[in-house]
Ligand binder design. Structure first.
Ligand code: PLP
Length: 388
């Protein structure tokens, strides 16, 4: 065993969505789950150590978020992303999805357009539609098996009067880490058309060299006027169940409007253990993350080689970031139903169907490789059995 991430941990009795919901999602329990975006790894040891200390205290009353937790987060973003976050711009929330919903309510009216770029993380659509706003899609372009933004289309859509654009940066499911130039073009266009950007940067820390994640808000002071950024330790350190995230809103006016809408839900702080875990992860998690990134990068290479050798009819979109593999299965000429049926019945493998991610996702599947290499190889064998 060479890496801490080689250890296979049984998650079946931990009320894990990924490991406990297979019958509900796929109709059968004998599935290897590689769908929901959490990893099968324990977070940095200090996260459990600090939570145990707090657990042993024995009293779990209302808890405020101490400055030390914000400081740990601020230092993390300065060190890792060269982004200076002002403490006064931080608004905590129990998740990025609820933060997106709050922003939609705060900055748009029912019936307004909210823009996104499909294929993209499915709850973006859901939050827009459930809040009775209208999805305005500027689809990504597939160029040489890699997504690019369609700036001409983006501008046409902005001319329709869009108040809010939900940007996924880095991109789930395509694994794109948007370049500085791409982000500047987005920022400039949105400034020109007076459109706010909710930049969902939850995947910011999972980026493979030489790619670099650029927080949009940090690229130029002028973007601070229109950008709200969602960040979280949940993907980075695999602590999604602890439900801690933050929205960074440098402009006082936008921040107070956002907070006002957030307060309407009665939300005012994070849960006790979420706060402890967030602080410990950001304070102590850097060497753990470096080891993780190297392991995940190996996983990408293993999957790429396996697929090229054994399932050449599908095309892997090599991710620049994230632990999510987006695979183009369109050459198999199977409908999405046939594809899913083959994966579940022949492969006994649980993947995310691409159609969940909106237009352009049809004929694709998403595989989560945030797992040990033993499990990854088993998953790839099952993929081969299903599709080769
Ligand atoms: C782009 C993106 N945003 C948000 C989330 C979920 O965020 P949260 O669990 O904090 O609501 C995910 C989870 O996969 C995601 O990929």
């Amino acid at each position: 065993m060479n890496s801490i991430f080689d250890k296979v941990i049984d998650r079946s009795n931990s009320a894990s969505f990924k490991w406990g919901y297979n019958k509900f999602v796929f109709g059968t329990d004998d599935i290897l789950p590689m769908w929901v975006a959490d990893m099968d790894f324990q977070p940095p040891a200090e996260v459990a150590d600090e939570m145990k200390k707090r657990l042993d205290h024995g009293i779990y009353g209302y808890t405020y978020i101490p400055n030390s937790a914000s400081d740990a987060m601020i230092n993390w973003f300065m060190n890792r992303h060269n982004w200076k976050i002002d403490q006064s711009s931080i608004v905590y929330h129990s998740g990025v999805v609820p933060a997106i919903s709050t922003a939609i309510q705060a900055f748009t009216e029912p019936g307004d357009y909210v823009m996104l770029q499909s294929p993209v993380y499915a709850p973006f659509f859901e939050m827009i539609e459930k809040n009775e706003r209208v999805v305005l899609n500027s689809p990504l372009k597939l160029v040489n098996n890699r997504y690019e933004m369609d700036f001409e289309d983006l501008e046409k859509k902005l001319q329709k009067g869009v108040k809010l654009f939900v940007l996924c940066s880095p991109h789930n499911p395509g694994g794109r880490v948007w370049t500085k130039e791409e982000l500047q073009r987005v920022g400039d266009l949105c400034l020109q058309y007076n459109c706010l950007i909710l930049s969902d940067e939850i995947h910011a820390d999972h980026v493979y060299k030489p790619n670099v994640h650029h927080p949009l808000s940090a690229l130029d002071k002028k973007y601070e006027e229109i950008v709200l950024t969602c960040v979280a330790p949940s993907k980075t350190f695999n602590i999604a169940g602890l439900q801690a995230s933050a929205c960074i809103i440098p402009t006082e006016e936008l921040k107070s409007r956002y907070e006002n809408f957030q307060r309407r839900t009665g939300f005012h702080t994070l849960n006790t253990f979420g706060i402890i875990a967030m602080e410990a992860a950001y304070r102590y998690g850097e060497s753990w993350l470096e080891e993780l990134l190297s392991y995940l990068h190996q996983n990408v290479a293993i999957a790429k080689e396996f697929i090229e050798e054994n399932i050449p009819s599908i095309r892997l979109m090599e991710p620049e970031g994230t632990y999510l593999l987006w695979m183009d299965c369109r050459d198999l000429n199977m409908s999405d139903e046939e594809l899913n049926k083959a994966l579940i019945e022949k492969g006994k493998l649980g993947l995310e169907p691409g159609s969940k991610y909106g237009a352009g996702g049809e004929g694709f599947v998403r595989m989560n490789i945030g797992c040990s290499q033993e499990v990854l190889l088993e998953g790839l064998e099952r993929l081969k059995r299903a599709l080769a």
